[in-house]
Write a protein that binds this ligand. Structure first.
Ligand code: GCB
Length: 640
C-alpha cells in the first residue's frame, strides 16, 4: 500500500471515529412550526460549495475553511440546498466523490431575534448525508452522524456576540461509510500500482441504491422563547365512543411554569382540555384515524395545542406548540394486523427518496406527485425503504391515511465486523432518534430495524435481540420487525419480531425466466415461515426489472410483459393465503431508482412500476386494478 494512500484512508476513518462518538439524546426533536411565539426562517436556496479534493480529504480542516467565507479559501460553486450534490454538475468526480464537502452561506438574522434575550434561536438541518459538522461564524455548534434524521443546535449566544455582522453558517458533510456506519461500507485501497494510480480507493457497499450525499432536507432557523416546550409524546386508545390521549410534555429552560393543553377537532372546535405536564384527554364521540380506503373519512386529525407560561423574577415567557394527532390503535395477533381492532391488509409499495437531478433532495412537487400516484394506484401503505423519510412525508401520510412501516437505515449489514459493539450502539442511537422524531405520527404503525441483515452470523442473535427489545422499550404501542430474505436468516432474529416481513425474488434472482415455479416455491416458503413462527406475514418486497418500452411475448426477463406476469404469479399465491396469516403485499418498487454502477443495473434499478420520471409501465395498470379490488374486498369497515 502506498504511503499517501494509506494515510488518506486512515485519516478518513480517524475523522469518522473521532466525530462518531455517541452522545445520549438530550432533548426533543419537534418539527419546527410557527405559532404566535415561534418563528421559522428557511435557509433553502443556493449555498457556496466546495469539495475537498486533497489526497487525504483533510485540507479543509488543516486550513480551517470554516474560519472564513468558503469563497475566500478557493474556488466555490453554487449548490442548491436541499439536494444531493452528485448529479448537479457535469463533473464525474463530484458525482462519485468520497470524503468531505463544504457548504456555506450568510444569513441576515432579524434584529429582534438578536436583541431579545428571551428568544432562543435554533439552527436545524433536516438531514445531511452522512456525517456533518456545523459552524456558526467559525465556531463549531454541533456535529451529527447519520444521513436521514434531523439535528439542531441553539446558536443564540453566538449570534449575539457580533450582532451587526451577518451570521455565517458552514456545514461540512462526509459521505464515507465504514463498517460501523449505518448503512455500513468499507473503503478499499487498490494497491497494485501497475493497475491503479497512487492512493486510488473505492467505497464498497452492500446495498442497492446510490449513496447520494449532501444536504438533503431543509435547513432553517427557528425561534422559541427561552423557556419552551421541548418535547411532546402522545399515546392514543379508545373505548366504545370515547377516545383517550395520554400525553407527556417536557419543558426546558427552568422556572416554574403552567401548561395548558387544549384539544381541537379538524374544524377548530374545542374538544377537551387539561393542565400539567402529563395527563389524559378524553374525547367524546371520537373520530378515529383510519387508513385510506378503509373509511369514508380517512386520516382524521385533531390538534393538540400546548400553551406554556413560565415566570421568573424578572420576566414572563410564553410558548405555544400545536401538534396534529390521530387517535387509533395498532395490535398484532398470530394471524392479523389490527388497526382500531379491524383487520388491516397492506396493499402498497416500497419507495426511495430518489429522483433525477436532485437525487435524494427534498422536493415538494415530487412528493405531491408521488402521493397522487399512490392514491391513483389504490395504495394504502408503504415502507420507508431503506431509511427514514422526510418528516413532511410522514405528515402527508397522517393527513391522507397512508399507513407506514418506518424503517431505519440498517441496510446492507452483511459483514461480521458490522455486528460489533460500536455498530450496535450507533444502531440503538439511530432508533432513539427515529422514535423520538416519528413517535407521534398516527401513520406509523410499525418500526423496521433493518433490511436483510446477515442474521445467520453468530453475533446477529444478540445484536437483533438487543435492538428489537430496545425499540419495544422506546415505544410500547407499535410492533417491531426487521425485513428478511431467507428462511435461514430468521433463525436468529425471528423469535423477537412481531410480524414476519419477507422479501423474495423467485423467477428473478433464482430460476431465471421460470415463472412457472413461483406458485410452488412461494407457497412452500409462506407455509414454512408460518409453521415456524406463527406470526402474520407481509411480502415486504417482490418484483422484476422492466426496461420501459421493452416488449416480448411470451414474456422474457426485463420486458414489461415479464414484470406483469411475475407480479400476477405472486398475486395468485397471495390470494390463497390472504384469509389465513398473510396480511400484506408491498411491491418492489414504486419507481425506478439510481444505484451504483454495475453489471446487474442498467442505469439504476428498473423494478419500478413507474419510471424514475413517474410514468407508468404496464405493471402500474395491473397493480391499480388489483389494489382497488383489494380495497373493496378487505378495506371496508367490517360490521361490529
Ligand atoms: C432487495 C433489497 C432492495 C433491492 C432489491 C433488488 O432484496 O432489499 O434494496 O433493491 O432487492 O431489486 O434487488
Amino acid at each position: 500500500m502506498s504511503v499517501p494512500g494509506s494515510f488518506a484512508v486512515l485519516r478518513l476513518l480517524w475523522l469518522l471515529s473521532v466525530f462518531g462518538t455517541v452522545l445520549p439524546l438530550d432533548g426533543g426533536m419537534l418539527f419546527p412550526r410557527e405559532s404566535s411565539f415561534r418563528e421559522v426562517k428557511e435557509l433553502n436556496g443556493l449555498w457556496d460549495f466546495r469539495a475537498d479534493g486533497s489526497p487525504n480529504r483533510n485540507e479543509g480542516f488543516e486550513k480551517a475553511w470554516h474560519k472564513r467565507q468558503l469563497a475566500e479559501t478557493g474556488p466555490v460553486i453554487e449548490m442548491p440546498v436541499p439536494a444531493s450534490y452528485n448529479d448537479i454538475t457535469q463533473d464525474p468526480t463530484l458525482r462519485d466523490f468520497i470524503g468531505w464537502v463544504w457548504y456555506d452561506r450568510e444569513v441576515a438574522v432579524p434584529a429582534r431575534w438578536i436583541s431579545d434575550q428571551g428568544t432562543r434561536v435554533v439552527l436545524r438541518v433536516g438531514s445531511a448525508h452522512y456525517y456533518s459538522i456545523v459552524w456558526v461564524n467559525g465556531e463549531k455548534v454541533t456535529e451529527h452522524e447519520g444521513g436521514h434524521l434531523p439535528f439542531e443546535a441553539e446558536i443564540s449566544s453566538l449570534i449575539r456576540r457580533e450582532p451587526t455582522k451577518p451570521c455565517r453558517i458552514t456545514i461540512a458533510v462526509n459521505n464515507t461509510l465504514t463498517l460501523e456506519t449505518l448503512p455500513p461500507g468499507t473503503i478499499q485501497y487498490m494497491n497494485d500500482s501497475s493497475r491503479y494510480p497512487d492512493g486510488f480507493f473505492v467505497q464498497n457497499m452492500d446495498f442497492d441504491f446510490f449513496n447520494y450525499a449532501g444536504i438533503h432536507r431543509p435547513v432553517l432557523l427557528y425561534t422559541t422563547p427561552k423557556v419552551y416546550v421541548d418535547d411532546i409524546t402522545v399515546e392514543t386508545n379508545f373505548m366504545d365512543n370515547t377516545g383517550l390521549i395520554r400525553y407527556k410534555v417536557s419543558v426546558q429552560g427552568g422556572f416554574s411554569n403552567t401548561l395548558n393543553i387544549t384539544l381541537m377537532d379538524k374544524d377548530g372546535h374545542f374538544v377537551a382540555s387539561s393542565n400539567g405536564s402529563s395527563g389524559v384527554l378524553r374525547v367524546v364521540d371520537v373520530k378515529l384515524w383510519w387508513p385510506y380506503l378503509m373509511h369514508e373519512n380517512p386520516g382524521y386529525l385533531y390538534s393538540m395545542k400546548v400553551h406554556l407560561i413560565a415566570v421568573s423574577e424578572t420576566s414572563t415567557y410564553e410558548d405555544e406548540y400545536t401538534l396534529p394527532l390521530g387517535i387509533r390503535t395498532v395490535n398484532v395477533t398470530n394471524t392479523q394486523f389490527l388497526i382500531n381492532n379491524k383487520p388491516f391488509y397492506f396493499h402498497g409499495v416500497n419507495k426511495h427518496e430518489d429522483a433525477d437531478i436532485r437525487g435524494r433532495g427534498f422536493d415538494w412537487p415530487l412528493i405531491v406527485k408521488d402521493f397522487n400516484l399512490m392514491k391513483w394506484l389504490g395504495v394504502n401503505s408503504f415502507r420507508t425503504s431503506h431509511y427514514p423519510y422526510a418528516e413532511e412525508i410522514l405528515q402527508m401520510c397522517d393527513r391522507h391515511g397512508i399507513v407506514l412501516i418506518d424503517e431505519c437505515p440498517g441496510v446492507g449489514i452483511k459483514d461480521i465486523r458490522s455486528f460489533g459493539n460500536a455498530s450496535l450502539s450507533h444502531h440503538l442511537v439511530v432508533m432513539d432518534e427515529l422514535v423520538r422524531r416519528d413517535k407521534n405520527h398516527p401513520s406509523v404503525v410499525m418500526w423496521s430495524v433493518a433490511n436483510e441483515p446477515a442474521s445467520e452470523m453468530p453475533p446477529a442473535e444478540f445484536y437483533f435481540k438487543t435492538l428489537i427489545e430496545h425499540t419495544k422499550a422506546l415505544d410500547r404501542t407499535r410492533p417491531v420487525t426487521y425485513v428478511t430474505i431467507a428462511e435461514a436468516d430468521m433463525d436468529k432474529g425471528g423469535p423477537y419480531v412481531d410480524v414476519v416481513c419477507v422479501n423474495s425474488y423467485f423467477a428473478w434472482y433464482f430460476d431465471q425466466g421460470r415463472l412457472d415455479i413461483v406458485p410452488l416455491q412461494l407457497s412452500t416458503h409462506f407455509e414454512n415461515w408460518y409453521r415456524k413462527y406463527q406470526r402474520p406475514i407481509i411480502q415486504s418486497e417482490y418484483g422484476a426489472d422492466a426496461v420501459p418500452g421493452l416488449h416480448m411475448d411470451p414474456p422474457m426477463m426485463f420486458t414489461e410483459e415479464y414484470q406483469n406476469a411475475l407480479l400476477q404469479s405472486y398475486h395468485d399465491v397471495f390470494d390463497q393465503k390472504r384469509n389465513q396469516y398473510f396480511i400484506g403485499e408491498l411491491i418492489w418498487n414504486f419507481a425506478d431508482f439510481m444505484t451504483a454502477q454495475g453489471i446487474y443495473r442498467v442505469v439504476g434499478n428498473k423494478k419500478g412500476i413507474f419510471t424514475r420520471q413517474r410514468q407508468p409501465k404496464a405493471a402500474a395498470f395491473l397493480l391499480r386494478k388489483r389494489y382497488w379490488r383489494l380495497a373493496n374486498e378487505t378495506g371496508r369497515l367490517l360490521p361490529d
